[in-house]
Design a protein around this ligand. Sequence first.
Ligand SMILES: C[S@@+](CC[C@H](N)C(=O)[O-])C[C@H]1O[C@@H](n2cnc3c(N)ncnc32)[C@H](O)[C@@H]1O
Length: 213
Amino acid sequence: MISSRLLQIAMLVERNKVVFDVGSDHALLPCFLVQNNIARKVYAGEIAEGPLNHVKETVKKNNLEGKVIPVFSDGLAKAADDVDIVIIAGMGYHTIKHILDSCEVERYQYFLIQSNTDVDMVRRYISDHCYTIEDERVVYDDFYYQIIRFSADYHEPYSEMEIKYGPVLLKRRDEVFIAFLADSLKRLKEINERANKKEYDEKILEIERLLYN
Ligand SMILES: C[S@@+](CC[C@H](N)C(=O)[O-])C[C@H]1O[C@@H](n2cnc3c(N)ncnc32)[C@H](O)[C@@H]1O
């Protein structure tokens, strides 16, 4: 079984589409998408030879040749023309930015992004390019992860609060998002007991307002 983080990403993939998973590593997600009839076909992209061999082994072991296709590629550089949905997960913001900067975002129906760092910077990137955040999820899988679905459709730039916390998450206010905010607040208070900084005080107030107003 795949992790809750990868499962949540899989749940945001529309059925019967062709997917490109950038930085597939173990290829668990591509195999899951095909084995559960979610995706028609998945390209499992890798920039490094070791993980690419890992992808090939997983594909062979699961008899998914022709359904999960290993691709040696920096980001989407070698993406075929039939790709609908792009997944970029388990990487830091700077790698994600490099991948987005180097591709034609308009070519794809939408992207699913799960950044391990600086999720607000991902949203700022989307906002600066006037792209649209179509959906967002928070998932707990030992840590809290945020998943963003965005497309190249036009959207006016998002507000600072939307960039920090997510426009869809702020609107939906589901249980996991509230738990994530409460956890962030607890951590910030612990840090600020030692650091005692004004910027932390302001952030603490901001999260308290979001939680209790
Ligand atoms: C930590 S793994 C994440 C695996 C999987 N996507 C997940 O979320 O569990 C990151 C993988 O991305 C690959 N990677 C890093 N930069 C890349 C790039 N520019 N293009 C393709 N793959 C890349 C690395 O080789 C590594 O295997």
